[in-house]
Design a protein around this ligand. Structure first.
Ligand code: HEM
Length: 521
C-alpha cells in the first residue's frame, strides 16, 4: 500500500471530505416510538409530522463501543450497514448528523441540495491557508466564492470533451507504466509477479494527474522516484496522520503537543511541492511573453494566463486538485485489478472487448475507450463495491426539508452512507458479488442511479471525474490487453479497511502473465 496511506491513521468523521465532526457528541436516550424504520410516511399517531426528535439514535457510548470493542474503527464503512440493520435506513448518529443509507433517501437529499452545496466544516484546512496566505481551493471554499472557483475549474476539466484533450498526455504515462510493469515482473522470482500493486498505482496516478495539472513529468515511474516527489508523498502522509488528532485536541494544546506543528509541516510540504511547479510554469509563460511567443499549454497555463485567478488562489486550487487526484484513482484501480483477477470470466469478457475494439498495434484514443461498454461497466461496478469515498456529507442550509417523511430544520447535517447505499440488496441483489453486467444497457433491470454515485452528485460533484475515468479506462485497457491478471495464492483473503479511502488490508500481489508470450509458447 502507498506509504502515506498505510501510515495514515485518521478517522475524520469517516470521510476524507469532511475533516471534522460537525458538533460535540452527546449521549441521547431513545424516545418512545423512535425506532420505527419506515421512512417516507408521516407519523400516524400524532397530529404533527415526524421530526428529528423521532429518529432512532446511536449514542456516543454505543459508537465508542462499536469502534473499540467491536473493531469497527478500521471498518467504519461496515458500521453503516450494521446500524442500518439495527435502526433502519435513516437515523441520527452519535455526532448529531442524520445518516441516510438507501438510494431513495439519498435522492431526496440531493434533489433538495442548496444552490451552493456544502459538505460540512472545513475550518481546519482553512486555518492552514489563512496562516500561510494561500487562497482556498474547491474543498475549502464555500458559498458564492466556491461557485466562482468551480466556474473557473470546471472549464477544461469537467466535460468529457475537455478531458479527451488529455488523452495523449495520459497515454504517455500509461506507456511508461507498462514499461515499469515489465521491469517489476522481471525482478520477481516467478518472472511475472508484482508485489505491491497499490504502491505502483499510487505512483502512476501521481504521475498522471501531475502531467495534466503541471504539464510536466515528475519521474514517478522511473526506477528511483525523485527525492522531491518522495518528500511530497511523505508530507501528504504527515498531514493526514495528524489531521485527526489535531481535530480532537483543544486549540490551547497546540503550543504544547507536537501534533499541530506536524500537521502544518505536512501541509507546508504539500504546498511547497505544488508551488515550485507552479512558479516554474509562471516563469516559462513570462519568457514566452517576453519573446513575443504564443503561450501554449494545458490546465495550469489556462488558469495562469486565461483567468482572473490570483497567484495565491492558483496555489490553493491546484494543490487541492493534486491532493484529490492521487489515492482516489489508484485505489479504484487496485480494487479493479483484484476483482478481475478473482473473476476470470469477467476478465475474459473485458479482454474480448479490448482486443476487438482497437487494432492490436494501436494505442486506444480517449474517444475509443469512452465508447467501450464493458470497460466502463467494470470500473463502475468496482466503484460500487469499493466506493473510494465511502461516506460523504451535506448541510442543507437554504431551507427546511422533509426527508424520508421526517422534517428537518435548516442547517441539518446529513451523512450520506455511500457504502451501505451501494450495497443495498433491494437495488443490487447479491451486492457483494462483482457483476459488471448490471451496468450494461441491455441489462433488463438497470439499477437506480442514486444507488451508485461514486463521484457525488450535482454542481458540487467531483470536478476530476472525467479525467479520473479516462485515466482509469486507458490504463486498464492497456493492462488487460497486455497481461492476464492472476491472483497470488500466497496472499490470502483480501479485506477492505477504511483509511480515509477504502484500501486493502495488506499489500496486493498479482501475477501479470504476458498474453503475447503465452500465445506463442
Ligand atoms: C476514482 C476517482 C475519484 C473518485 C471516486 C472521486 C470522488 C469524489 C467525490 C465523491 C467527491 C465529492 C462530491 C460531492 O460531494 O458530491 C469528490 C470531490 C472532488 N474531487 Fe474527486 N474523485 C475521484 C478523482 C478525482 C480526481 C482525479 C480529481 C482531480 C483532478 C478530483 C478532484 C476533486 C475535487 C477538487 C473535489 C471537490 C469538488 C468541490 O467540492 O467542488 N477527484 N470526488
Amino acid at each position: 500500500m502507498a506509504a502515506w496511506l498505510s501510515q495514515s491513521v485518521m478517522w475524520r468523521n469517516g470521510s476524507w471530505l469532511l475533516q471534522r465532526p460537525i458538533a460535540v457528541a452527546q449521549v441521547y436516550s431513545r424516545r418512545v416510538g423512535s425506532d420505527s424504520s419506515a421512512p417516507g410516511h408521516l407519523y400516524t399517531f400524532q397530529d404533527k409530522p415526524r421530526t428529528v426528535e423521532d429518529l432512532p439514535r446511536v449514542s456516543f457510548l454505543e459508537l465508542m463501543y462499536r469502534l473499540t470493542f467491536q473493531g469497527f474503527l478500521s471498518r467504519i464503512h461496515e458500521l453503516q450497514i450494521y446500524e442500518k440493520q439495527r435502526h433502519g435506513p435513516i437515523y441520527k448518529d452519535a455526532l448529531k448528523s442524520v445518516c441516510v443509507t438507501t438510494p431513495k433517501l439519498l435522492e431526496e437529499i440531493m434533489r433538495n441540495d442548496d444552490k451552493f452545496p456544502n459538505r460540512g466544516d472545513m475550518s481546519l484546512w482553512q486555518e492552514h491557508r489563512n496562516l500561510r496566505g494561500f487562497g482556498y481551493g474547491p474543498f475549502t471554499e464555500n458559498g458564492e466564492n466556491w461557485y466562482n472557483v468551480r466556474t473557473v475549474l470546471n472549464k477544461r476539466m469537467l466535460h468529457p470533451k475537455d478531458s479527451a484533450q488529455y488523452g495523449d498526455t495520459l497515454n504517455g504515462v500509461v506507456t511508461d507504466f507498462i514499461k515499469r510493469m515489465y521491469y517489476l515482473r522481471q525482478c520477481s522470482p516467478t518472472g511475472d509477479l508484482v508485489t505491491n500493486m497499490a504502491n505502483e498505482l499510487y505512483h502512476f496516478s501521481l504521475e498522471a494527474i501531475a502531467s495534466i495539472l503541471f504539464e510536466t513529468r515528475l519521474g514517478c515511474l522511473e526506477k528511483e522516484i525523485p527525492a522531491g516527489t518522495q518528500d511530497f508523498i511523505n508530507s501528504i502522509s504527515k498531514m493526514f496522520s495528524n489531521n485527526f488528532v489535531v481535530m480532537l485536541l483543544p486549540k490551547w494544546s497546540r503550543g504544547i503537543l507536537p501534533y499541530w506543528g506536524r500537521y502544518i509541516e505536512g501541509w507546508d510540504g504539500i504546498f511547497s511541492f505544488a508551488t515550485k511547479l507552479i512558479d516554474k510554469k509562471m516563469e516559462f509563460i513570462q519568457q514566452c511573453l517576453d519573446n513575443n511567443e504564443e503561450v501554449k499549454g494545458e490546465y495550469l497555463t489556462y488558469l495562469l494566463s486565461n483567468t482572473q485567478m490570483s497567484t495565491k488562489d492558483v496555489y490553493g486550487n491546484i494543490t487541492e486538485l493534486l491532493l484529490a487526484g492521487v489515492d482516489t484513482t489508484s485505489n479504484c484501480l487496485t480494487w479493479t485489478l483484484h476483482l478481475l483477477s478473482m473473476d476470470p470470466k469477467s476478465q475474459d469478457r473485458l479482454y474480448e472487448e479490448v482486443s476487438t475494439f482497437v487494432p492490436a498495434d494501436q494505442i486506444p484514443s480517449a474517444a475509443e475507450v469512452t465508447r467501450m461498454p464493458y470497460l466502463k461497466a467494470v470500473i463502475k461496478e468496482s466503484l460500487r463495491m469499493y466506493p473510494v469515498v465511502p461516506m460523504n456529507g451535506r448541510v442543507i442550509a437554504d431551507k427546511n426539508v422533509t426527508i424520508g417523511g421526517y422534517q428537518f430544520s435548516k442547517n441539518t447535517h446529513f451523512t450520506l452512507g455511500n457504502y451501505a447505499i451501494s450495497h443495498d440488496e433491494d437495488t443490487f441483489p447479491e451486492s457483494f458479488t462483482f457483476k459488471p453486467e448490471r451496468w450494461l444497457r441491455d441489462c433488463h433491470d438497470r439499477p437506480n442511479a442514486f444507488g451508485n454515485l461514486p463521484f457525488g452528485f450535482g454542481v458540487r460533484g467531483c470536478v476530476g471525474r472525467r479525467i479520473a475515468e479516462l485515466e482509469m479506462y486507458l490504463v486498464l485497457f492497456r493492462l488487460i490487453r497486455q497481461f492476464e491478471v492472476k491472483p497470488d495464492p500466497t496472499m490470502g483473503e483480501l479485506k477492505c479497511i477504511n483509511r480515509t479511502v477504502l484500501i486493502p488490508d495488506k499489500p496486493v500481489s498479482l501475477h501479470f502473465v504476458d498474453r503475447v508470450s503465452q500465445n506463442t509458447a
